[in-house]
Write a protein that binds this ligand. Sequence first.
Ligand code: PEP
Ligand code: MG
Length: 907
Amino acid sequence: MKKNVYLFGAGKAEGRATDKNLLGGKGANLAEMNRIGLPVPAGFTITADYCNRWNELGTEKAIEELKPEVEKGISHIEEIMGAKFGDRENPLLVSVRSGARVSMPGMMDTVLNLGLNEDTVAGLAKKSGNERFAWDSYRRFIQMYGDVVMGMKPESKEDEDPFEVIIDKIKKEKGVELDTELTTDDLQKLVARFKKAVKEVTGNEFPTDPWEQLWGAIGAVFGSWNNSRAIYYRKMNGIPHHWGTAVNVQSMVYGNMGENSATGVAFTRDSATGENIFNGEYLVNAQGEDVVAGIRTPQEITLEGSRRWAKLQNISEEERKEKYPSLEEVMPEVYKQLFDIQKKLEEHYKDMQDLEFTIQEGRLWLLQTRNGKRTSAAEVRIAMELLEEGKIDEKTAITRVNANRLDELLHPEFDKSALEEATIISKGLPASPGAATGRIVFFADDAETWKAKGEKVVLVRIETSPEDLSGMDAAEGILTARGGMTSHAAVVARGMGKCCVSGAGGIRVNYKERKMVAEGKEYKEGDWISLNGTTGEVYEGKVETIEPKMSGNFGKLMNLCDKYTRMNVRTNADTPKDAKVARDFGASGIGLCRTEHMFFEGDRIKAVREMILADDEKGRRKALDKLLPMQRGDFEGIFEAMDGLPVTVRLLDPPLHEFVPQDEKSQADMAKELGVSPEEVFNKVESLHEVNPMLGHRGCRLGNTYPEITEMQARAIIEAALNCKKRGIKALPEIMVPLIGTKEELKMQEEIIRSTAEKVFEERNDTVDYMVGTMIEIPRAALTADEIAKTAEFFSFGTNDLTQMTFGYSRDDVGKFLPIYLEKNLLEHDPFQVLDQTGVGQLVEIGTQKGRSTRPELKVGICGEHGGEPSSVKFCHRVGMNYVSCSPFRVPVARLAAAQAAIEENK
Ligand code: PEP
Ligand code: MG
């Protein structure tokens, strides 16, 4: 029989850290912490595999199947903790928590204090000697269980939680403001009213039998794997839906048993910057959820952190000491124990840990450890510093960094001089670094709709909750008035790599009127603000940004990558400026220079339009003569920026209608400028019209029908290279023919290119080396690559067109159905972003193999959008490509992915 429940406690465990797939991250690490002798409350984990089975079998059958194992689990906890489930004298209370393979913070459900009823609450009161605490735990339990298991949590943001309404009412009756001011009597009343509300809303009595409670909670946690938040989170992070969550049932320990109890969250290193400094937050006399919920202001664990925090919040040392002392000051002994444990955990896991702890009446308990979520900057710094400290080796350091997130490090930063001029309107905590500028919105769904309209927004909330996830995703940055460095907003923003300032206490948010007040001034929805997530500063208006640089640990990581990588990384660039940016990021050449992008400015577009309007070759040549010097100049600039590195220049590709205006007024303007009648322009535009322009008169079809275009372009390239040579610049042109489907198409273009080059060499009495190759972007070209390689000296896979033509999805129209396809899981990814290895990938493999069967030294690369997407880059490595080419800002991403591919291959 399959084992579904794994026990842990008292220094022993059935699972271990490597069992994450089975026990979820939380369960595996709870087991591991037991194994290494840390104080962990006893418990058991129901496997993640059982999540699917639970949903398949249905509640009743699943309970029947699981019952023996779960009963054994409870006895195991009872034995170790010396208490009994449901016992009126000495009751055992448990928590029931989710825990998937990878952490999905706050997305799924949790139930605490389970096992309480009218009998056991008395037992708890007696045992703890604290009646108020017992009743407070009971009312919290009903509230949580009611929300999570019995479905009382309101669906929409407009509706209030019925339990909160009752609490507010009782507080009003009593004339008090804080929950903590409610007496035992009040709490007892509250419990009665809560139960009544449960009956009214759900029609069912609140369950009193602890076993019924337990099964309800287990089912709800399994069920929460499929709530909409969790589904959204999985989509955003590419987590498969079939993994499921495990369920952890664990003995409760209490951080809210008085002034010598506390609860907190800690990191072994700074999760925002990566600095090697122990840090975290705690609250005295509180339960775990209070720290993350951002309702009370949490205090820093270390004295140093506490002082730093006070400075940011403009709080004097006296006030800090009195109101917000660190754990180091308040409970020095426990602090020391915690400090040693965090060191031990990092040594053991060899990575930055994020841990949760509870101090119950002076005794420390660990409730969780996991590899801490961190910003991409912190990820790089931590990997490189662990390497320097000798804790991990080079290959591990490289694979520790998530290539998908690396471009976060390449986001713009605020321009220093612009910052000096800007007005600071508030200061909060530097929860997640970066620069963000946008218009204020107060609700997550507004953030989404505004973004869809093309607006940049900053989401401003009192605090965020898991419901706000998609809005946070849509926003440029997040600002909260409450909450610390481990508040929901802060943790989630760091995970997303999104700029966030949390706990900006000087801001008053008014949701009803959709405005906020800072420094006495009002800011309404739609007003611009800027956030500096690195310093915690909030600015009025738009602050200018500048492009970032690759330095420090990032630079070191990139150099390390080059040691292991086999593929080169080139860039797609059509201006000297972009070429330079890419070169600074380590590009080793240009893999695609789209020449048409040079045709759009000033005089050029005029000459291009003249060429298009011309009736015959003579007319076209006249216009092309005007274009020649401009193109030559462009190429010279690019060759210069790429001095010594290869530059692949692609001949004209798009259909000609893209160069002429489509509306009547612009057509009239064009006619005026060119000195022809509006009808002439109109008729020409009409004649260029195609039903399927993407499959129409474009690519080499242009160069083969109008050879003079290819002639002009080939001449411009060769002359530019010769001019460079004269100036001591080494140009290495690779001339690339687009969109061929047959060997004859390429052959014809090659002949034009080579004869033009010969002519130029003769005229100039000088030569340069150059290559002629082709794009492989039509399935037929891939399938006949052996023939094509007789002519082509290199191949570059144009996976944008190749994807279009393999799927039969128009690149220009896919937006109509793709989102729905993704929603319905008809496709796992957008195939224009992530290379479809199963289908399109086959053509890439066939093309590469066939090409090299004719020409073994054939240089093969990719220049479609996929060249900068990590999983596609890894595929290109496996196929044996020589290089990938991507946009300048993706170059570091591709370099990292290429190195990772090489390391993974050798494993
Ligand atoms: C391609 O098709 O992949 C390609 C790089 O060319 P373009 O996107 O310009 O059609
Ligand atoms: Mg193409």
